[in-house]
Design a protein around this ligand. Structure first.
Ligand code: HEC
Ligand code: HEC
Length: 279
């Protein structure tokens, strides 16, 4: 008899916890069942702007009461499952409240948050990458200043791994908005030497005693303070910020598709650094 009673109690407890589990449908799997589906991301974006922007900012930016959920912050909550749980249960002890949205809607919001954080290479950027490559080396003249896999100029950063390092938003911003302040190592300068020559380029390793100038022919010239009569710092970076206007929308999209696919894989990176060590 007693055995039966225990069995009943166990069955009852299981039944109750099954009910609880149903009401509180947690994430069954670790990864988002909706994956990176662009439609889920778009719907998640709408749900986000509708439910979350009282505290977080529009489009994933920082808001009055909640942090930015997109890139640019070292996120405490990273995995799909942990994001799901933070939205469903809230974050105890903080102003982040629980939401009683249907599980699929929560997954859509998770897909949206992940799309904000993913690097461009994870973002499935549409467009014709081959045509984007032609624009990069051709009419865009990007190759005059940027190197990809050993080919190109050096006055701008090497872009061989830009898709693996940057989000799509940050790449788009680089092409359309001037960066202020100008990133370190890319300050354009014009100098007048003590003997009256005028040179322009980018200041590298600039301090009170000396200045290295990367000139327009990608040559590095070292000057001590005594050798320079004047140093003028430009207010704008050499990086043009009007590509959304000088390129047609489809060309701009193709260029983004090309840049987002520039990834140096881990193994390749290791091999390259080993080669460097051997030299
Ligand atoms: C009432 C204000 C409020 C609302 C509404 C709100 N949040 Fe939050 N949220 C916060 C606060 C505050 C934090 C920071 C908690 C902390 O200090 O860790 C936070 C943190 C988070 C985090 C963790 C941040 C990280 O990078 O680790 C996620 C994810 C998040 N919120 C998602 C959402 C989503 C999605 C919604 C809408 C469905 C939402 N929040 C609605 C206030 C809010
Ligand atoms: C006249 C030289 C010049 C040209 C032409 C140029 N860039 Fe740049 N670019 C720079 C410099 C210098 C920087 C770094 C300073 C800055 O971000 O303003 C930069 C920064 C960038 C960045 C940000 C990289 C990072 O890691 O922060 C991207 C992406 C980029 N350029 C892409 C392009 C593309 C694509 C083109 C062609 C459509 C192009 N650039 C044309 C000089 C140039």
């Amino acid at each position: 008899m007693r055995f039966q009673a225990i069995q009943c109690a166990v069955a009852g407890a299981l039944f109750v916890s099954a009910l609880l589990a149903q009401r509180n449908a947690g994430p069954a799997s670790e990864a988002n069942p909706l994956g990176h589906d662009p439609q889920a991301v778009a719907q998640g974006h709408e749900l986000y702007n509708h439910n979350c922007t009282v505290c977080h900012g529009l489009n994933g930016a920082a808001g009055d009461r909640g942090p930015a959920l997109g890139a640019g912050r070292s996120h405490v909550i990273r995995t799909d499952k942990a994001l799901f749980e933070a939205i469903q249960n809230g974050i105890p002890g903080t102003a982040m409240p629980p939401f009683s949205l249907p599980a699929t809607d929560i997954w859509k919001v998770v897909a949206y948050i992940r799309s904000l954080r993913a690097t461009a290479s994870d973002a499935f950027v549409p467009g014709d990458a081959a045509r984007g490559e032609q624009i990069f080396w051709g009419q865009g003249r990007c190759g005059n200043c940027h190197m990809i896999r050993g080919r190109g100029g050096i006055s701008g950063p090497d872009l061989s791994n830009v898709g693996g390092e940057r989000t799509l938003e940050s790449i788009r911003d680089s092409l359309t908005k001037p960066k202020q302040p100008i990133p370190g190592g890319y300050q354009p300068v014009e100098v007048v030497t003590a003997d009256g020559r005028r040179l322009s380029g980018i200041a590298k390793n600039d301090n009170n005693f000396s200045l290295q100038l990367l000139d327009s022919h990608d040559r590095l010239q070292l000057f001590t303070a005594g050798e320079l009569r004047q140093v003028l710092y430009a207010k704008q970076s050499l990086m043009p910020s009007n590509y959304d206007r000088v390129l047609k929308p489809s060309e701009f999209q193709d260029l983004l598709a090309f840049l987002s696919r520039q990834v140096v894989h881990k193994v390749e990176r290791r091999r390259r650094s080993e080669e460097d060590d051997e030299q």
